[in-house]
Design a protein around this ligand. Structure first.
Ligand code: GLN
Length: 485
């Protein structure tokens, strides 16, 4: 196995034994990028020089006999909506094509403090609006398992980079499924932590009450290691929760005996690809055989999750995206005669179609006369959805479902049908509306394309997610398969 195919914990061990250097690992990753990036197109920006410099510093420390943190020298890719000081952060939007943040997101400060190696910034749907990475203002990313297909989205670049071994791990953001769905479609591990568990400071806002940063990794152990690095309270984010962050590796136990898992029947119904259903049913059988108690349950308000999300997320987006006016940063139209025309032209030339659609939906939902009918009502139904979960978690330790309704679809297949595209997140959206954590892990294949299994837990139940995911992984082989590319 080449170095770029290994996990962070394996590489850390090799570095500590001085069998490989961080520089060698970083070079292996860029060699891979040089070889496959033309086919996959995971990245918007590469930070090769800076990465090699960081790696060499880690090697100096190790040579001096220092013990380094678990992510030191580990090449990690960063979604391009996470601010990186001195490195372009575009959100895959023309409107931010030249934006260089003067500061780091808190998660970047945390990764830097471990001396993790940033490989580059990954492609995404513009402002994280989408499920296929086709909405990028720059280029389409391709699924490493079948380059005619999408990697999912919006964090498609991060998922594809991990799956194609163009990095060891990656960060993404998840507002309605944008970590879990691409993780499922690319056959990697992806987690959306509890709302408030990871600081959003420096994450370019899409829908602030739903957005959360989380990891993409090659196995569950690495997921725990990245969580250890990025979780924790941050005074710079007023929605960040004060809690004591456990060492998540303590939950990596190969044991689900007695764990009570509910399968919401609404998540196994309409719209689910029958072959995906079969794979998920096999996964359920595996968990039962390992001693988990799996039962059918119900989240009765599930049918409202999609409409509620498509009021709340666009409403928040329309407000968050008001700041892109061509004045302080980003794209400015040069054609305008006066300032109002400059605002209008900069925004209509700078934003892509999907982003404009969301701004219009959100502006409408928030406008006088409609605010109560749409926005306020959506907030009330959001509470009902949250209460469904509260009730389910009185009885169950975890809930389980497919992550996405089908395997990766063809590039172009859903692009002219926004509703079909929105349905990609039918099983992931409610988790964001409820603020709870969710993980997607590889659980099988349909026609050679990966399928993801989603576990959901109560707030700050990441440990239970990891325990179930780790057990499943230890007893199956799905996460060890690599795309041929
Ligand atoms: N696909 C959903 C959307 O387009 C979710 C995106 C996300 O989680 N950022 O809004």
């Amino acid at each position: 196995m080449s170095l770029n195919q290994m996990t962070a914990h394996e590489l850390h061990e090799l570095m500590m034994k001085k069998e490989v250097s961080a520089e060698e690992i970083t070079k292996a990753v860029y060699d891979r990028i040089d070889k496959v990036e033309d086919k996959v197109k995971s990245y918007i920006t590469l930070t090769r020089e800076q990465a090699l410099e960081t790696a060499r510093k880690v090697d100096e420390k190790i040579a001096a006999g220092d013990k380094v943190p678990p992510l030191a020298g580990i090449p990690i890719a960063i979604k391009d909506n996470i601010c990186t000081s001195g490195v372009k952060t575009t959100c895959a939007s023309k409107i931010l094509y030249n934006f260089v943040p003067p500061y780091n997101a808190t998660v970047m400060e945390k990764l830097n403090s471990q001396q993790a190696v940033m490989v580059g910034k990954t492609n995404m749907d513009e402002f994280a609006m989408g499920s296929s990475t086709e909405n990028s203002g720059f280029h389409v990313t391709r699924n490493p398992w079948d380059t005619e297909r999408v990697p999912g989205g919006s964090s498609g670049g991060s998922a594809a980079a991990v799956a194609a071994d163009e990095c060891i791990a990656a960060l993404g953001s998840d507002t309605g499924g944008s970590i879990r769905q691409p993780a499922a479609l690319c056959g990697v591990v992806g987690m959306k932590p509890t709302y408030g568990a990871v600081s959003r400071y420096g994450l370019v806002a899409f829908a602030s009450s739903l957005d959360q940063i989380g990891p993409f990794t090659k196995d569950v152990t690495d997921c725990a290691l990245v969580l250890n690095a990025i979780c924790g309270h941050d005074p710079m984010d007023s929605t960040s929760v004060k809690y004591s962050v456990p060492d998540y590796t303590q939950y990596l136990q190969n044991d689900v005996r007695g764990l009570k898992i509910g399968v919401p029947k609404e998540f196994m119904a309409e719209g689910l690809n029958p072959e995906v259903r079969k794979v998920v049913e096999e996964a359920i059988a595996t968990l039962s055989n390992l001693g988990a108690v799996v039962e059918e349950t119900s989240l009765p308000h599930t049918e409202y999750a999609l409409p509620v999300y498509y009021i709340i997320a666009p409403a928040e987006a329309s407000s968050n995206l008001a700041r892109y006016d061509g004045v302080r940063y980003g794209y400015r139209s040069v054609e305008a005669d006066d300032v109002v025309e400059m605002f209008m032209r900069s925004r209509s030339e700078g934003f892509g179609e999907e982003v404009k659609r969301r701004i219009m939906l959100g502006t409408y939902a928030l406008s006088a006369g409609y605010y109560d009918a749409y926005y306020n009502k959506a907030l009330k139904v959001r509470t009902l959805i949250k209460q469904d979960f509260d009730k389910a978690f009185e009885k169950y330790d975890l809930l389980l479902s497919p992550t996405a309704p089908g395997p990766a679809f063809k590039i172009g297949e859903n692009i002219d049908d926004p509703v079909q595209m929105y349905l990609q997140d039918i099983f992931t959206l409610s988790v964001n509306l409820a603020g709870i954590p969710g993980i997607s892990i590889p659980c099988g294949f349909v026609n050679g394309l990966p399928v993801g299994l989603q576990f959901m837990a109560k707030p700050f139940g990441e440990g239970t997610l990891l325990r179930a995911a780790y057990t499943f992984e230890q007893n199956t082989e799905f996460n060890r398969q690599r795309p041929a590319l």
